[in-house]
Design a protein around this ligand. Structure first.
Ligand code: ZN
Length: 151
């Protein structure tokens, strides 16, 4: 008979936690030896202000401008997918027509927002990838910052 364990109680013991944090410090950790210096972190924050803000300043902060403008878009489009016409308020996604990674200045512009269902949002992401090569641009941005910080 096994004893009843509440939630993750069995993982919460000090020994195990210590074991995990020891592992995290070691070479097994992906970030081993790569930790960003404070200066580097500051530079990343400067170059990606919309991605690196925390709490109240993060664009997705619950009480923030994004949540307000997101609601405006949902109301404007009446919670209806702009591609297929599905109306299912609880699952709708507010999409950036021009990707926010390429056009950060359009992050909070209502005209750049459209309501999509999850399916059409997934399709749209594939199209964005083809049209703008989003992931390679993100990679280039990362490389650029890395080069700046290590020259
Ligand atoms: Zn749809």
């Amino acid at each position: 008979m096994g004893r009843i364990v509440k939630g993750n109680e069995q993982f919460a013991s000090e020994d195990i936690r210590k074991g995990i944090s020891e592992k995290m410090k070691g070479e097994g950790n992906y970030f081993y030896g790569r930790e960003h210096s404070e200066e580097t972190k500051q530079k990343i924050r400067e170059h990606h202000p919309h991605l690196n803000m925390r709490g109240e300043k993060h664009f997705n902060w619950k009480g923030g401008v994004w949540q307000t403008i997101r609601r405006m878009a949902l109301r404007r489009d009446d919670y209806t997918c702009q591609r297929c016409g599905l109306r299912e308020p609880s699952i709708m996604v507010v999409d950036h027509i021009k990707p926010k990674s390429i056009f950060p200045e359009l992050l909070l512009v209502l005209e750049n927002l459209e309501v999509l269902c999850p399916n059409d949002h997934a399709r749209k992401s594939v199209l964005d990838e083809k049209q703008y090569n989003v992931s390679s641009i993100k990679k280039k941005q990362k490389k650029l910052i890395y080069a700046r910080n290590n020259s």
